[in-house]
Write a protein that binds this ligand. Structure first.
Ligand code: SF4
Length: 483
């Protein structure tokens, strides 16, 4: 119950139409409480009506996100708030500029540089990379066609939609500064970044080093660091190199912002990012352990660790709301998926969220994930110098080291929640997926003796292709037979 005005209905996954009807019942004064960029506004002259972000779901569909009409949703107010906040991000970025903030595109590293950017007053970081699911959500080729006109066609992964978005000048403001990862970044996104360079006023290239392992290296023996849900080994020289790169980022940001940041402000930035990461960790435990939240909402929660959907102050409030809902459900043993649902670990995020809905419709649930963003889930060490803490968290990155290291986190989660199977959804055209999916499956089978289903997510459509549905159905049947 929130302030005596709202009681969530019993936990359930609902359709788009049911979601719209539920929204009509939410009192207006409750909707009016939720605003983005609240701090900037309250400090000035009170909240502005345009900064509300809770809208009827039809609004998002009419603005172009047609795929939303095919998904299923968690029926809590907290989940409605989550969807409203995420869907509102484009508007928010344009408003940021209106409020006098500087908008910075961070690209390729998925979670590290925004911790530094967001420590500066008046700077907002966002990831054009996250546009990759827009062709699916909009059921439209418009961004992919725009990317093709600029030179990146079907041979590259869906992240090329980000290039199309740069060219359209409509999905985010043209960034005054872009901070782009190079080095160990993949070929597909490296191509996107190089072609996107023309659309940013300035670009700073930052090298992400390959994570060299210490195994069999007597010089570095013992350099073993804790990482998210697993142990990842790395050569400490890699970490030192990255700290130097982040020092360059800091210098450029200070020049760009015309502001000298203090050590304390950087520490506060680390603490704020950690608040989001800790909340996400708790939500993962409740959702994947107790089945109290659906997989699609959880995918959005996990991706919120990258740049907090461009509002570092409001996003943790959304997560707190979701956590309160999840804890209430867990205490009541109220699940949003069946208690006896088949337990599956999902590796690599499906660009089309419909896949996660389909899995749950067919009687399974996600109990662990490896969405190529381990670096953004890692808890930062607040006792270390801030840049070192950020670099250390990046050492847990999913795609900068060996596949064996990447798969360790999935294996750990599969053991923890007694998974019955693993799904690896490759990205059509994704340069790492073509070679890595099979290798991941081999490691999982060797380590856990679990069945693994691999498939590529094809280009967008209104529904999942019959062939892939049949493969998922057959896989789940096989898991059922093994019980
Ligand atoms: S190929 Fe993989 S790592 Fe590269 S942009 Fe696509 S999803 Fe990201």
């Amino acid at each position: 119950m929130i302030a005596g005005v709202w009681q969530d209905p019993p936990a359930q996954r609902i359709t788009f139409d049911e979601w719209a009807r539920l929204f009509e019942r939410v009192p207006t004064d409750l909707l009016d409480r939720y605003h983005y960029y609240r701090r900037d506004q309250e400090e000035r002259d009170g909240l502005r009506p345009w900064s509300a972000y809770m809208f009827p779901p039809q609004t998002f569909a009419i603005y172009g996100c047609r795929h939303l009409m095919r998904l299923k949703y968690d029926n809590s107010l907290a989940a409605l708030r989550l969807w409203g906040f995420v869907q509102n991000e484009t508007e928010r970025l344009f408003r940021a500029r209106q409020l006098g903030r500087k908008v910075i595109a961070t690209m390729g590293d998925l979670g590290a540089v925004p911790v530094i950017v967001n420590s500066f007053p008046g700077l907002v970081a966002f990831y054009p990379d996250c546009i990759w699911w827009m062709p699916f959500v909009m059921e439209s080729n418009v961004l992919l066609d725009a990317a093709a006109e600029l030179g990146i066609g079907d041979a590259a992964c869906f992240s090329r939609a980000a290039l199309g978005a740069f060219a359209k000048h409509a999905y985010f403001p043209d960034p005054e500064l872009a901070i782009a990862s190079t080095g160990v970044s993949c070929d597909d996104f490296s191509g996107v970044e190089q072609l996107a360079e023309r659309f940013a006023t300035e670009v700073l290239w930052v090298e992400s080093p390959m994570r060299r392992e210490t195994l069999n290296c007597y010089h570095c023996a013992g350099a073993k660091e804790r990482t998210f849900d697993s142990q990842t080994e790395y050569d400490p020289g890699t970490l030192r190199f990255l700290v130097k790169e982040y020092e360059r980022v800091l210098v450029r940001l200070e020049r760009f912002a015309g502001y000298t940041i203090t050590e304390q402000e950087l520490r506060n930035g680390v603490r704020k990012a950690n608040r989001v990461r800790r909340l996400t960790k708790l939500l993962r435990e409740l959702a994947y352990g107790d089945g109290v939240l659906p997989a699609v909402e959880m995918m959005m929660v996990e991706f919120g660790c990258l740049h907090h959907y461009s509002d570092i102050d409001e996003w943790p409030e959304v997560l707190e709301h979701l956590l309160a809902t999840a804890e209430t459900r867990a205490a009541r043993r109220e699940r949003v998926v069946a208690e006896d649902a088949l337990r599956v670990v999902w590796i690599t995020p499906p660009a089309d969220p419909l896949f996660l809905c389909y899995l749950e419709d067919q009687g399974a649930r996600v109990v662990g994930t490896e969405y190529v963003i381990n670096q953004s889930l890692e808890i930062l060490d607040e006792n270390k110098p801030p840049l070192e803490a950020v670099a250390e968290s990046f050492m847990a990155a999913s795609l900068t080291g060996s596949t064996r290291q990447r798969v360790a986190s999935a294996i750990h989660q599969a053991r923890r929640y007694d998974a019955e199977g693993v799904i690896v959804s490759g990205i059509l055209g994704g340069s790492h997926c073509a070679m890595e999916s099979r290798l991941i499956a081999e490691y999982i089978k060797a380590e856990l003796d679990l069945p693994v289903l691999e498939f590529d997510v094809p280009p967008h459509g209104k529904e999942i292709s019959r062939q892939i549905r049949t493969r998922i159905d057959a896989f789940l049947e096989m898991l059922t037979e093994r019980r």
